[in-house]
Design a protein around this ligand. Structure first.
Ligand code: RAM
Length: 547
C-alpha cells in the first residue's frame, strides 16, 4: 500500500515537473549559460589605501545637503597619540573607494585589561556622517547604512571589518575603553577593489575644466561599480540590474573595454530568467547566483535586448549573441501579451508590472513605455538582421510600423507638436525622449517636442541620472548639440559643483534631499547608471569636446 502511494505521488509530481519543465524554454541551456557566466567572472584587483587627511564637518547651508568637510592638520597624531582624546575624528581617504577596511591597534602604556568598543561610520558624502540614522525612517533595510560597532578584546590586534564598504570618509568613535591602559591606531587601510584593469582614454589637452571633471568622475563611478558584476551601487544594492548593466556596458565600451564583464552579466541574467523565459530585473551573485524571484520590470527586460545588440556591435562576438538570441525573442513575446488590440501598451493589464524609467513618482509612464517598446523592437530586429535571424521574426517590421502609427494617434498632440501621456495629458522629458529614440517622431518633430518640453514650465523633468541619460541621448539624436552640451554641464556638472566624487543615484537640482527610500542617507552616492557622460563624451566628441 505504502509503495503504491509513493508511486502515485512520484507519478503526479513527475507530471507537474514535466509540465513546468515543458514550459521552460531555456531548460537545456541554463546550466551552460551559468557556467559561461562563471567562466567570465573577472578577478578583482586590489590596492591598499590609507586615509589622507583628518577633516571636520562644517554645517553650511550652501553645501550639498547642508554639510561640507574641511581639512584639519593631525593625521600623524592618529598613529602616535592616545585615541582616547580623539574620539569622533573623521578621516578622509581623498577619493571614493570600495573594499575591506582593516585597522591595527598598538599599546601606548600598560597591558590591555579590558575590551575596547568602537563605532565606525562610513560615508560617501559628508551629510551621511552628520545625520542620525535612528529612529530609522527609510523604506529599505536599515542594515545598508554603514555604521559598524566593533569590539576589540586585546591590544595589539589587527581587525578587518567583515562587510565590504564603500565610502570616502570614516568617523571613528570610542564607545568604551579601560582606564587601565592606553592605545593608538597603528595602521588604518582599505584594500580597495575593482575589476577594471585597462586604462580609459585621456581627453585631449584643452578640454574645458568642467567636462574634464565630469569625465573623471564618470570614470571613477564606473570603476567603483565594476566588481564581479556591474553593480548598481557598491554601497547599496551590490547587485546586477538590467537597466544599470545596459548603461554601464555602454560606458565601458567607450572606456575600460572590459567586455568579458558584460558577457558574464548577459549570461547570468539569461541563466536566471524565470521558468517562462522572462528575465528577472535583478539577480544576486552570492551565496549562489539567484534571481530576485518575481521581480520583473518590463522596461528592463526589453532593455536586455538592446544591451545584447550593443555588446555584439562592440565585440563582434556572434557566438554569444546567437547563444542568447532565444532570450531576445522571448522578451518580445512577453511584452506582446501586454499590448491592446490597438497595439498600445496596456497599463491596466493585471498583474501590473513595475516600469522603472526614472526615480520620479509624478512621471506618467504610458507614452515612455510605448516608445521604449518600439525602440526595443527595432533594436531587436537590428540584432536579427546582424545574426541572419530575420526569418524567425518576419512579423516584427509590420508590428513596429503599426505600433508607431498607434503611438502617434494615441500620444502625439500634432497641433502643439508634443507627446502627451495619461489622462492629464502630461508633458514630460521622458515621453518626448522615448518617442524620439524609437523614431516614432522624425527629427524635425523631435526637435519641436524636445524644445517644447525644455521650455514648458510645467514639464515633468527627471529625478535620476538614469532618466537623464535617455533625454540626453534624444537631444543628441535630434542633433540639438548646444542643448545636449548644456544639459550635461547643468545636470552632471551640477553634481560636480556640489562636490561629487562619484555620481549619484538620484539627483534633482532643486532638492538635495530627494530619496526614493524616504531617507536620503540610504541613497547610493556612487551609482552606476549615472556614469554615462563617459560614453557621451567619447562617442560624440564633436558635441561634447568642441568649445
Ligand atoms: C534601485 C537602484 C537600481 C535600479 C533599481 C530599479 O534599486 O537604483 O539602480 O536599477 O532600483
Amino acid at each position: 500500500m505504502k509503495k503504491q502511494v509513493v508511486f502515485i505521488l512520484a507519478y503526479l509530481f513527475s507530471g507537474i515537473f514535466f509540465q513546468a519543465n515543458a514550459q521552460d524554454p531555456f531548460l537545456n541551456k541554463r546550466a551552460d549559460w551559468l557556467q559561461k557566466a562563471e567562466k567570465y567572472k573577472p578577478a578583482l584587483v586590489s590596492r591598499e589605501v590609507s586615509p589622507q587627511w583628518v577633516v571636520r564637518s562644517i554645517q553650511d547651508s550652501s553645501a550639498f545637503q547642508g554639510w561640507r568637510m574641511e581639512k584639519v592638520p593631525g593625521i600623524e597624531a592618529v598613529y602616535s597619540s592616545s585615541f582616547k582624546k580623539q574620539s569622533g575624528i573623521i578621516l578622509d581617504f581623498g577619493e571614493h573607494l570600495t573594499g575591506h577596511f582593516t585597522f591595527k591597534l598598538k599599546l601606548l602604556s600598560a597591558t590591555s585589561d579590558a575590551p575596547i568598543r568602537f563605532k565606525f561610520t562610513f560615508g560617501e558624502v559628508p551629510a551621511e556622517l552628520n545625520t542620525p540614522f535612528d529612529p530609522y525612517p527609510g523604506g529599505l533595510s536599515r542594515a545598508w547604512l554603514q555604521d559598524e560597532i566593533v569590539t576589540v578584546i586585546t591590544v595589539p590586534s589587527e581587525i578587518t571589518i567583515p562587510r565590504r564598504l564603500s565610502f570616502r570618509y570614516v568617523k571613528i568613535e570610542l564607545l568604551g575603553s579601560s582606564p587601565g591602559f592606553d592605545f593608538a591606531f597603528d595602521k588604518i587601510t582599505l584594500s580597495a577593489t575593482t575589476s577594471v584593469t585597462n586604462k580609459a582614454p585621456e581627453l585631449p589637452a584643452g578640454t574645458d575644466p568642467l567636462t574634464n571633471k565630469i569625465y573623471r568622475i564618470g570614470l571613477n563611478t564606473l570603476k567603483e561599480c565594476m566588481q564581479t558584476v556591474y553593480e548598481d551601487g557598491p554601497k547599496r544594492d551590490l547587485r546586477l540590474w538590467i537597466g544599470d548593466l545596459y548603461l554601464e556596458a555602454l560606458a565601458n565600451t567607450y572606456s575600460y573595454q572590459n567586455h568579458d564583464l558584460t558577457k558574464r552579466c548577459l549570461y547570468l541574467l539569461a541563466a536566471l530568467a524565470d521558468k517562462t523565459g522572462w528575465l528577472h530585473a535583478t539577480v544576486y551573485e552570492s551565496p549562489v547566483p539567484a534571481p530576485q524571484e518575481g521581480q520583473h520590470c518590463m522596461d528592463y527586460s526589453l532593455i536586455y535586448n538592446v544591451a545584447l545588440l550593443e555588446y555584439l556591435k562592440a565585440t563582434g562576438d556572434r557566438e554569444t549573441a546567437l547563444d542568447l538570441w532565444p532570450v531576445v525573442i522571448r522578451q518580445i513575446e512577453v511584452v506582446q501579451n501586454y499590448l491592446t488590440p490597438e497595439l498600445i501598451y496596456d497599463m491596466q493589464k493585471q498583474p501590473q508590472i513595475w516600469l522603472v524609467f526614472d526615480w520620479k513618482d509624478a512621471l506618467n509612464r504610458h507614452a515612455p513605455m510605448q516608445g521604449l517598446t518600439i525602440f526595443a523592437l527595432q533594436k531587436s530586429y537590428e540584432l536579427a538582421t546582424l545574426l541572419g535571424k530575420e526569418k524567425e521574426v518576419t512579423h516584427w517590421p509590420a508590428l513596429i510600423k503599426q505600433m508607431k502609427k498607434a503611438a502617434r494617434k494615441h500620444f502625439y498632440d500634432k497641433k502643439q507638436g508634443v507627446i502627451v501621456s495619461g489622462e492629464q495629458r502630461q508633458v514630460s522629458y521622458l515621453s518626448q525622449a522615448w518617442m524620439v529614440l524609437s523614431e516614432t517622431l522624425n527629427e524635425k518633430e523631435g526637435v519641436r517636442a524636445l524644445t517644447y518640453a525644455l521650455n514648458d514650465p510645467n514639464t515633468c523633468t527627471v529625478g535620476s541620472p538614469y532618466g537623464q541619460h535617455y533625454f540626453l541621448e534624444a537631444l543628441v539624436k535630434c542633433n540639438m548639440r548646444a542643448e545636449a552640451k548644456e544639459l550635461m554641464h547643468r545636470y552632471w556638472g551640477g553634481m560636480v559643483n556640489k562636490g561629487a566624487d562619484t555620481f549619484w543615484e538620484v539627483y534633482d537640482p532643486e532638492n538635495d534631499y530627494l530619496s526614493p527610500y524616504n531617507f536620503f542617507p540610504i541613497n547610493s552616492y556612487c551609482h552606476a547608471w549615472s556614469c554615462t557622460p563617459v560614453y557621451f563624451i567619447n562617442k560624440y566628441p564633436e558635441i561634447f569636446l568642441e568649445n
